[in-house]
Design a protein. Structure first.
Lengths: 296, 379
């Protein structure tokens, strides 16, 4: 497997320039993506922070599919922010994302957590930079992001997906980033029903060590979970294939397919906690749900 | 991913991972020993030169020889000098031997050199590279092995030959090689600085013969294999065997210098029946530099190979996830240390299972992340 470094560098430069120009990795309709919320205060030192991950997860693959074309055609970077590259999700994808975000918000409020929301001013987290190994750009964008949060008086951030959580929590390993970051799963209690197999987010369960806490909360919620050491344990549970997509979309899909097959051998109902895991696995699994869709 | 590889890796995981889990459940002391070993190995890295020096003195006190090689080229020069006119060589499975391209170079010089571990022997016949640190031939199916043996060893072997018959036929062939060998070359699973002992674990019995029958034994290993005491060395081999799924290991070989006897008036006389010469080659090849780098923790790896089976990238790419012999999650670290190759880190999906199963509790995903940074930063 050869790595096309030049293509990766081109993609890095493109994403980085967009982020430094607009706080977004590529053109996004932020008004649309923040329209799920209407009665959350646009103020306060604590905010719920989506980084648009649930809203755009359905279109990420289409952006990724664009990258090789951009590389081959050698399109100048300055043209890449043009509105013609604005990709919109399907309405049902967006409505599902909005329902998930509302469910999370409701669980937070129900657990006594107060928070605001930045609406269409919300910036992207920089997760893609860290996970792709673009450390110089991650640090530089992180400094810009930190200044932005400071300018808004934000001291506490509540994240809703693993990639954003990881990216924000990791900034302090490299730069000054004195903002408390908590994921919503750390803050909420919930109830639900149904029998599932969990596909863990690698970042939540292993990188951030939340495997046992998530299992405890889910098992205490009323949900019934099937386990298999080789498929769902902390040691042997595996990736949805998503992180590989920047290097090889085809290989990424192969991992997704194989993972889905293993999960289905445990239970036909699959539970995820990450919008990207959902996107990668859903083509191969009929009944796949995000946790926030089945608990309240 | 080829169909054959998919079948092979899934079988290997099914046969190995639950077994290791069971070994660790039934023998909880092993995790405690592993934890202690991590601290011990860290102490050695803090003061590596002193431990190399202590090892050297201990081996020489026993009548053995120690050679320090800064890189692969130096290591091979030393090997050739030791071998001199010796042409018949048997070797046992060792990744460091691949690291210095030992077999390849000695074959090119026309030497009669044979891998004696069955898996490695098959890899040699296939003109191939190992697909796993501990199980080098897991990528070869029984049918493929039958074909290899048919073409290279015995034309009566075919796809219907039983595995037992295949093993028996290889054993017969290798026995002739052992008896004729001038030198046995091995790696080392651990080196005790206080006694100068080399510890090797195995199940086949080939290492025992490689280290005893030929009159010269050369052990070649990285400086990362040094531990302070013989007790620590036993700890390392027990942890390695257990996490590889072999508990108890069939054989633990301890070599402390050349053969000797004290049977005449309790006076130590060397050689006795076994080798008359013992050489230990300690290889640096980037390891010392790594001690002072941001991937130092990688050097704690004892190469049990358990991380391979928790890795989605290895399951997908096999030995292409890394640069043979250093493949899999640990291979990404070892390739960075020994050859400054960073590119395959980009295939890591940061799934994190590697860290969960690592006996040394190495934060492998973090190490690979740093290697990714190196790759993207290098021009």
């Amino acid at each position: 497997m050869d790595i096309n470094k030049k293509r990766i560098e081109k993609m890095r430069d493109l994403i980085f320039q967009n982020l430094m120009d607009s706080y977004l990795p590529f053109p996004l309709d932020t008004k649309l993506y923040s329209s799920w919320a209407n009665n959350i205060p646009n103020s306060g030192d604590t905010v719920i922070y989506t980084s648009y991950m649930y809203q755009i997860s359905g279109i990420l693959k289409r952006y990724e599919a664009l990258f090789p074309k951009i590389y081959r055609l050698n399109i100048p970077k300055r043209l890449m922010t043009a509105s013609k590259f604005l990709i919109k999700p399907k309405d049902e994808e967006l409505q599902r994302a909005f329902r998930i975000l509302k469910s999370i918000t409701s669980m937070l409020s129900g657990s006594g957590v107060n928070f605001g929301y930045l609406y269409d001013q919300e910036p992207y987290s920089g997760a893609l930079l860290l996970e792709s190994g673009f450390i110089k750009e991650y640090k530089e964008y992180g400094e810009k992001l930190y200044s932005f949060f400071n300018s808004k008086g934000i001291k506490n951030i509540i994240t809703v997906d693993p990639h954003t959580t990881n990216a924000l929590k990791r900034y302090k390993d490299f730069i000054d980033f004195d903002i408390d970051v908590k994921n919503y799963l750390e803050l909420v209690k919930f109830k639900g029903s149904g029998n599932y197999v969990i596909h863990d987010s690698c970042l939540y369960s292993r990188a951030m060590g939340m495997y046992s806490d998530i299992r405890n909360k889910v098992n205490n919620s009323g949900l019934s979970i099937d386990e298999n050491y080789l498929i769902t344990s902390k040691e042997m549970g595996s990736c949805c294939g998503g992180p590989l997509s920047l290097v090889s979309a085809q290989d990424s899909e192969e991992v997704s397919r194989a993972r889905a097959e293993k999960l289905l051998s445990v239970n036909e109902n699959v539970l995820v906690m990450c919008p990207l895991c959902y996107e990668n696995l859903s083509p191969y699994i009929n009944n796949i749900k995000d946790l926030a869709e089945v608990v309240s | 991913m080829s169909y054959e590889w998919d079948v092979a890796i899934n079988k290997a995981i099914l046969n190995n991972s639950p077994k290791v889990h069971k070994i660790l459940e039934e023998n909880p002391y092993i995790k405690d020993v592993a934890s202690e070993l991590r601290e011990t190995k860290n102490r050695v890295l803090d003061d590596i030169d002193a431990y190399i020096s202590k090892t050297q003195k201990s081996v020489e006190k026993l009548g053995g020889h120690v050679h320090i090689a800064k890189d692969s080229t130096e290591a091979m020069e030393i090997v050739k000098e030791i071998l001199g006119e010796k042409r018949k060589i048997v070797v046992s499975k060792s990744n460091v031997l691949y690291e210095i391209k030992l077999r390849e170079e000695l074959e090119n010089e026309g030497m009669d050199i044979w891998e004696t571990d069955l898996g490695e022997y098959l890899v040699q016949l296939n003109k191939d590279m190992p697909s796993h640190l501990v199980a080098p031939a897991i990528h070869l199916t029984k049918d493929k092995i039958g074909k290899l043996l048919n073409e290279n060893l015995d034309s009566s072997i075919n796809e219907n030959t039983s595995a037992e018959e295949m093993v028996s036929r290889v054993r017969k062939f290798l026995m002739e090689k052992y008896l004729a060998a001038d030198a046995g070359i091995t790696g080392a699973n651990a080196i005790a600085a206080d006694t100068g002992s080399v510890l090797l674990i195995e199940n086949e019995g080939n290492i025992r013969i490689d280290t005893v029958l030929p009159q010269t034994h050369i052990a070649i290993t990285g400086i990362d294999k040094i531990v302070p005491t013989l007790k620590d060395a036993f700890n390392e081999v027990i942890v390695q065997a257990s996490y590889a799924g072999y508990y108890p290991p069939t054989y633990i070989n301890v070599t402390s210098g050349p053969s000797a006897t004290g049977d005449i008036e309790l006076q130590r006389v060397s050689p006795a029946t076994g080798p008359k010469e013992f050489h230990l080659i300690l290889l640096d090849n980037g390891r010392k530099e790594a001690i002072n780098s941001d991937i130092r923790e990688s050097l704690l790896c004892i190469r049990c190979g358990r991380c391979y089976f928790s890795c989605p990238s290895y399951k997908l790419y096999g030995k292409d996830f890394g640069d043979s012999p250093y493949t899999g999650p640990t291979g990404i670290m070892w390739s960075a240390i020994t050859s400054k190759k960073y590119d395959k880190s980009m295939l890591c999906m940061h799934s994190g299972g590697c860290k969960e199963v690592c006996p040394m509790d190495i934060n492998i995903p973090r190490m690979i992340e740093r290697i990714k940074f190196r790759y993207m930063e290098e021009s």
